[in-house]
Design a protein. Structure first.
Length: 364
């Protein structure tokens, strides 16, 4: 029997970090912190542990607010204090025990923060008033995302506090044992809001030209690198298009990724959209892959892709043909936390990390 390509299960090295395969889990919000204190709960231990047990190479913890007002919903995770840091440590330990590497997405939701979570409420995705535990949101400009409360425009002191908060959260991530951090610069959240001329109407050094609009993102990456040192890989997630004319686009993305590489970022996770409500997005299998490929080919920076990738052969084809270096598989891992092991079986790749108590299920 001829062998099927196995590029998906080749290890990948980022700085000194070696990850066992190229099939990873992207950050996906869980909205389960009912105490609204940002502290991980038992669900997170089970959730991330099961994904690691299921054979994923890298797992990225969901959007984690670097400050309380940086959360999307009041039920989001946070990493702005040491109590949160200490609660993450057992999750890191469990994931490592299963042979996977664990990253964390550090985030500030900006004008899209302080919203009701997407389930269990009567008005999901709408603004939570301050009287019900919400907060005043911030943004590069006082321009509301349609349907949400108007944000306050950040002044220079506020911008500096944002960069410092990302760095402090990254230090806590190191101390908790995480293997890498991902900076959330996509999906219409604060750093993306600065990148986009549709949401950034500033006339100072943080607005106007692409160089100015990218200034905060690069400032954040610089602050994180200074805090975590040279060993830890830094990833950045970007939306490579906003799917409308006049927005942040693939050409600007390529330029920003080149700058990110120069500032010490190690890989980029290429997504799209999120900053324009009801943008005409042609959602379909692998619809965002061409953007990751364009970035990879133009910059040479290690690139991951994401979005409606749900089969072993689809994921293998992406990596084997050089369309991206890493495949982020989201919803299929939610449906089946053992998707990576199932993919290995489908591709007839023998992996050495099937848990011993489960091996009977894979015997032929």
């Amino acid at each position: 029997m001829s062998e099927v390509s196995r590029a998906l299960f080749e290890p990948i090295k980022l700085r000194g970090l070696e990850v066992r395969n190229r099939i990873w889990v992207p950050p996906m919000c869980q909205y389960v912190v009912d105490k609204q204190d940002g502290v991980p709960v038992a669900w997170h231990l089970m959730h991330y542990g099961s994904l690691a047990r299921g054979g994923a190479g890298g797992v990225v913890v969901e959007a984690t607010g670097v400050v309380p007002e940086g959360r999307i919903s009041p039920q989001d995770l946070g990493l702005w204090n040491d109590h949160q840091r200490d609660a993450f440590a057992p999750i890191v330990e469990l994931v490592h025990a299963q042979g996977a590497k664990l990253g964390i997405q550090l985030a500030h939701a900006g004008r899209k923060g302080s919203v009701y979570r997407e389930w269990g409420t009567e008005a999901p995705g709408t603004s939570v008033p301050v009287s019900e535990g919400g907060w005043q949101t911030v943004a590069p400009s006082a321009v509301a995302f349609p349907g949400l409360a108007e944000p306050a425009a950040l002044d220079q002191a506020g911008i500096d506090r944002v960069a410092a908060a990302f760095a402090a959260a990254a230090r806590r991530a190191v101390d908790a044992g995480f293997d890498f951090v991902q900076v959330h610069g996509a999906h219409g959240y604060l750093l993306h809001e600065f990148l986009s001329p549709l949401s950034n109407h500033r006339t100072d050094s943080y607005g106007g030209t692409l160089e100015n609009r990218a200034r905060l993102l690069l400032q954040v990456v610089d602050a994180i690198r200074a805090e975590v040192g040279q060993a830890m890989p830094i990833a950045v997630r970007l939306s490579a298009t906003e799917w409308v004319a006049g927005g942040f686009d693939i050409d600007e993305t390529v330029t920003v990724v080149r700058w990110l590489g120069q500032h010490g970022a190690d890989f980029v996770d290429i997504s799209t959209g999120g900053n324009v409500k009801q943008a005409p997005i042609p959602v379909g299998p692998g619809y965002q892959v061409p953007y990751a490929t364009a970035v990879k080919k133009a910059t040479g920076v290690t690139t991951s892709t994401v979005g409606m990738i749900d089969s072993a052969f689809q994921a293998e084809q992406i990596v084997a043909t050089g369309l991206a270096d890493i495949v982020m598989v989201g919803r299929e891992f939610l449906r089946d936390p053992s998707f990576a092991l199932r993919a290995a079986e489908t591709l007839r790749v023998a992996v050495g990390y099937i848990p011993a108590p489960y091996r009977r299920a894979y015997r032929r």
